[in-house]
Design a protein around this ligand. Structure first.
Ligand code: FAD
Length: 363
């Protein structure tokens, strides 16, 4: 049986950020990743937006860690030369929403101020027109610090930091089961050698599988482990050059328009509950996008949209999207420590470095 101090299960942005934080703090750390490559799940199937943290309830972990994470991420990006663009986000109000739409933006701005964000500006429809001539709205809240990032370059940099500090990443190493025994956690890996490895501290950052990994560990209570809930999100992409230069997010629940670093315009994701992980794009989901997009972009033509990709959000709540917070559980058993990261959906990418610092604080 191999022995180490800390094991992180899952090499997505969050698991890697946590492992980096621990390695930098001088901890011995191994990341166990089920797949042959890092970051194949939520971390490479998202919108790649660095969010400002405006939309989350006051006092929520999502709100606090998004704001803190954004600051840390921009610093990290600058230090490591990670490709990104701080293109800003327009949170628009629908043209037919009249005063109610603008009131909503004012409330968002006021809430953002209480969270320390002084840089959000309310723009008139005319001002928005100067920035984005094709966007139809009655006004917008301008978030200048929102941006987009090359997530793969970010994950490469995190792995570089881990390995520079004597940490390591083991790919093709799915954690199948574990037992808590004599102050240690013994894990069985479903690799060709059926490797066994033990640690004192286990961080479960298995994303969609975090509830399953938690339940696979014997010797701990399974009572409080949340069920696994999966919300599938389908994207579509614009087949012609983007008319937009900024992120456009119609409030409160419109279809999001975002850009990648190559300038491709994408719409979505939408949301549907599913029982098993399924990354197939169901092309029937593309048609409803047209009507929703035309609410804020009447210039969309028939046949303009192509199927994009699917991302699945790790949910722990009971129904609506965005109604749950991140959940970090700390369980101490006979000197062994397990930290579970549940429900790390959006803004987990933006918050990743702050989540990592939060986890370190739990050790
Ligand atoms: C559709 C969508 C859009 C999003 N958009 C944004 C956005 O624009 N901005 C933003 O900030 N956030 C966004 N997010 C959120 C962000 O992508 C996630 O919060 C983040 O990627 C989660 O990272 P993770 O490391 O927790 O999970 P993952 O990236 O899913 O990584 C978990 C890893 O655990 C591994 N694993 C699972 N089971 C096991 C096992 N038994 N043994 C070993 N390894 C295992 C998996 O293979 C995987 O690599 C979005 C998410 C989705 C789904």
């Amino acid at each position: 049986m191999y022995e180490t101090e800390c094991i992180v299960v899952g090499a997505g942005v969050v698991g890697l950020a946590v492992a980096r934080e621990l390695a930098l703090a001088g901890r011995e750390v191994i990341v166990l990743e089920a797949e042959k490559h890092k970051g194949l799940h939520a971390s490479s199937r998202n919108t790649t937006v660095i969010h400002a943290g405006i939309n989350y309830p006051a006092g929520s972990l999502k709100g606090r860690l998004c704001i803190e994470g954004k600051k840390r991420l921009y610093t990290y990006i600058a230090e490591h030369n990670i490709p990104h663009k701080q293109i800003g986000k327009l949170i628009t109000s629908a043209v037919h929403s009249d005063d109610a739409g603008i009131d909503l933006l004012r409330k968002l701005q006021a809430k953002a101020r209480t969270l320390g964000m002084e840089d959000l500006h309310l723009l008139s429809a005319k001002e928005v027109h100067h920035m984005e001539p094709e966007v139809l709205c009655s006004g917008a809240l301008w978030s200048p610090t929102s941006g987009i990032i090359d997530v793969h370059a970010y994950m490469d940099a995190l792995v570089g930091d881990i390995e520079d500090h004597r940490g390591s990443l083991a790919l093709a190493s799915p954690v199948r089961a574990g037992q808590v025994k004599n102050g240690r956690i013994n894990l069985q890996i479903d690799d060709s050698a059926q490797t066994e490895i033990s640690c004192r501290t286990l961080i479960n950052a298995a994303g969609l599988n975090a509830p399953l990994v938690a339940r696979a560990i014997l010797g701990r209570s399974h009572e409080d482990i949340p069920p696994r809930l999966l919300a599938k999100g389908t994207y579509c992409v614009l087949k012609r050059p983007s008319p937009f230069n900024h992120l456009v997010y119609p409030a409160p629940h419109g279809v999001h328009a975002s850009l990648d670093l190559g300038g491709q315009l994408r719409f979505g994701p939408d949301s549907e509950w599913i029982d098993e992980i399924d990354y197939q794009v169901d092309e029937r989901r593309i048609k409803p996008f047209y009507e929703k997009i035309r609410h804020f972009w009447p210039g969309l033509r028939d046949g303009d949209l192509a199927p994009g990709w699917v991302g699945i959000r790790a949910k722990i709540g009971t129904g609506k999207t965005n109604d749950t917070d991140f959940r970090i559980d700390r369980t101490e058993l006979d000197g062994a420590l397990i930290i579970d990261l549940f429900g790390i959906d959006s803004p987990g990418l933006t918050a990743s470095l702050a989540l990592a610092a939060e986890v370190k604080g739990f050790l």
